[in-house]
Design a protein. Structure first.
Length: 383
């Protein structure tokens, strides 16, 4: 009987006769759980000299599995033998290249494709109506340190000069057999190679009231514009999350005149970057800059009616809020890849050449055919 299950989106491990109806960590439904085999016998030398962690997919070389995974800390029993297969290379004839996602990865792929080939037809598809921009600078834009034009990576004339079609659209389905992408408005794009560089989306924790007006995220330029339009001097803002994005957003809101409180569920700020003592120094500095900071807290509810009025904590206190920014991490946009049948766990599974499970890898011997590595690549790359 199977009694251990793994969430393929976040790696959560569940013990029980059946997978849970939803993941308590990331909210994924039951169909995203798969059986997880845990060995009871010692890990011994087999036909392969490589082992793969069942939790994070880290590959360790050696006659036996390591005692602990150096990436996620999983025990040796959670490793399984991994066979490294050398895949033969074939020639490619790439005439139409479609790239889904116009962030740094997608734009760089388009730029390199054009550098490698003057003839390939390149279409870069973006869900956002603005031209590609530096997402990392959104907090600086929110703070008023840079203008909207400063955010742009390339301007319209660059796309015209490079003969790269910049298409605003939302990919709905991928047909790997017909090699075409259907957009949500019905338009279809045929391709020889399809590159998935469609990034991630904000994680919205399952907290009651998260759908109230005023509870938002900072992920896109449109989010930043809306925040700037909403902010007023003296506005009460709460940033949920004491990571890099949460702290940068809190400082930006403060520069716009808001009274800001940062709430972090971990026992100290920047838990991925700092030890406790260093984080305490950072907290003291932020408090000296008139930011309110609380760590080790749990949120029970975002209170209010249509609009948010406050953040209710598990200890019974309520922090007044006109705006709540959720800076609680991101999840990969792997839905399209999953639905078209690619192998997906936390993200699209690729090998060391970024080939998906879709096709045979391709070797290119001339610059004119070097614009994409695979019928199904994930920059993530698909086919």
């Amino acid at each position: 009987m199977i009694n251990t299950w793994k969430c393929e989106l976040c790696g959560y491990v569940h013990n029980g006769a059946d997978a849970p109806s939803s993941c308590p960590v990331c909210g994924a439904d039951k169909r995203h759980f798969s059986p997880l085999e845990i060995r009871t016998e010692p890990a011994v030398k087999q036909a392969t000299d490589a082992w793969q962690c069942s939790i994070c997919d880290h590959i360790a070389e050696g006659a036996a599995a390591p005692e602990f995974c150096p990436v996620c800390g999983a025990a040796a029993a959670l490793f399984h033998p991994y066979e490294m297969v050398a895949t033969p290379l074939i020639q490619a004839d790439i005439r139409k290249l479609v790239i889904l996602g116009a962030g740094i990865a997608g734009l760089t792929a388009a730029e390199e494709a054009r550098r490698q080939s003057a003839d390939v037809e390149i279409t870069l598809v973006s869900r956002e109506r603005t031209l590609p921009y530096f997402r990392l600078n959104l907090t600086r834009f929110l703070a008023g340190e840079v203008s909207e034009s400063d955010l742009l990576i390339q301007h319209k004339d660059w796309f015209d000069t490079q003969k790269i079609e910049y298409l605003v659209g939302d990919a709905h389905t991928i047909d790997r057999d017909e090699q075409k992408v259907t957009l949500r408005d019905g338009r279809q794009l045929g391709y020889d190679r399809l590159i998935l560089s469609n990034g991630a989306h904000p994680f919205i924790p399952p907290i009651p009231g998260a759908n109230r007006d005023g509870v938002t995220v900072l992920r896109t330029l449109e989010n930043a514009r809306d925040l700037i339009d909403t902010l007023r001097p003296g506005c009460r803002a709460v940033c949920l999350g004491g990571g890099l994005l949460g702290l940068e957003t809190a400082r930006a809101l403060q520069k716009r005149g808001a009274r800001v409180t940062v709430l972090e569920g971990f026992n100290w700020l920047l838990p991925r970057q700092l030890p406790a003592k260093a984080a305490e120094l950072l907290k003291s500095h932020l408090i000296s800059q008139h930011l309110a900071v609380e760590c080790g807290i749990q949120v029970k509810e975002f209170t209010g009616d249509e609009a948010v009025h406050g953040v209710l904590l598990e200890d019974g206190r309520e922090i007044p809020a006109d705006i709540v920014i959720l800076a609680t991490g991101v999840r990969p946009n792997s839905y399209l890849a999953r639905e078209c049948g690619l192998k997906v766990q936390n993200g699209v599974i690729v090998n060391d050449r970024l080939f998906t499970c879709d096709v045979t890898p391709i070797a290119t011997t001339s610059p004119a055919r070097g614009c994409a590595a695979n019928r199904a690549s994930a920059a993530s790359n698909v086919g």
